[in-house]
Design a protein around this ligand. Structure first.
Ligand SMILES: Nc1ncnc2c1ncn2[C@@H]1O[C@H](COP(=O)(O)OP(=O)(O)O)[C@@H](O)[C@H]1O
Ligand SMILES: [Mg+2]
Length: 284
């Protein structure tokens, strides 16, 4: 298999075009990741396979510690799996992320991917505005001025742009992280609990922006959420349990998702299963 190694750019995966539909943005094949050893072994990903449709809004739900953040980081090329493959399809090519060098991955991420981190990952010494424009100042696409203003306005950040992260509330920092991922309209937006620290009105604004990214701009959104109401905004929801896909549901109601989540938690905590380790919400 062509692993796209070497050189300044990256090469398409040979022959892959014929094998996949144009409607898949990201394909994960048999991803496995293990932390620790012996008694302390944790399996955030257990031969997990998944296809993310292009131009759709996919939510990922699962109990704390079920591997959601790990999966999102591996799909975005921010972390590596021990085994398995991740293939990203952009408008003009397919790229196997697994196997790219750090430098090649950085270029792919900068060009095609926006990521809203669960822990925000803002640069402390930079203002909100500088944080939001950081990807483009590092060589990513230049945001359209009107779109930038619209996103800032919808997120209620207009009068916070010259503050540094320590001068902002948790919710304001989260909104800066959302703006940073959105303003350059990347092909794929990953969002790890993007409404986790927001009141219901601002949370609804964030969901509306993610929905608009899909409906108006044809972007692909993959969002991890604990909140059944947030996930119900998506076109489909993937339920994870214990490093595996338990179920994928199209257009579920919030009520149906809440019920499924109780089932997934029960499964994860059922006696006789391998211990999970402590969930890391709020730290990843
Ligand atoms: N860097 C790490 N070292 C060791 N264990 C980790 C690390 N990152 C995550 N884990 C463990 O992997 C499991 C999955 O974590 P994570 O993907 O953050 O879950 P989720 O986002 O679903 O809560 C958890 O048991 C967590 O404690
Ligand atoms: Mg998480």
């Amino acid at each position: 298999m062509d692993r796209c190694g070497g050189g300044a750019g990256f090469r398409s995966v040979a022959g892959m075009e014929a094998l996949t539909s144009a409607r898949t943005a990201i394909r994960a094949e048999s991803l496995t990741k293990t932390y620790g050893s012996g008694e302390a072994t944790v399996h955030p990903l257990r031969r997990l396979s998944l296809e993310i449709p292009a131009g759709g809004f996919t939510a990922i739900m699962g109990p704390s510690g079920s591997g959601k953040s790990t999966l999102l980081h591996v799909l975005a090329g921010l972390d590596t799996a021990d085994e398995g493959r991740v293939v990203l399809s952009t408008a003009d090519r397919e790229v196997e992320l697994t196997g790219l060098s750090e430098r090649e991955l950085t270029l792919v991420r900068r060009q095609h991917i926006g990521f809203i981190f669960q822990a925000y990952n803002l640069v402390p010494a930079m203002t909100a505005r500088e944080n939001i424009l950081l990807p483009s100042s590092l060589g990513g696409p230049e945001p359209d001025r009107h779109f930038y203003d619209m996103v800032i306005d919808h997120l209620g950040l207009t009068d916070r742009l010259h503050h540094r992260p320590f001068e902002l509330s948790g919710g304001q920092q989260q909104r800066v992280a959302v703006a940073r991922a959105l303003v350059s309209k990347p092909a794929v937006i990953f969002a790890d609990e993007p409404t986790g620290n927001l009141d219901s009105r601002t949370g609804a604004e964030v969901l509306a922006l993610l929905r608009a990214a899909v409906d108006e701009f044809g972007q692909t959104v993959v969002m991890v959420s604990h909140d059944a109401n947030a996930a119900a905004e998506a076109d489909r929801t993937v339920i994870l349990s214990d490093g595996r896909v338990l179920e994928t549901i199209s257009h579920p109601t919030a009520q149906a998702l809440a019920t499924k989540m109780i089932g997934a938690s029960d499964r994860a905590e059922a006696p006789g299963r391998a211990p999970h380790g402590v969930g890391s919400e709020g730290t990843r």
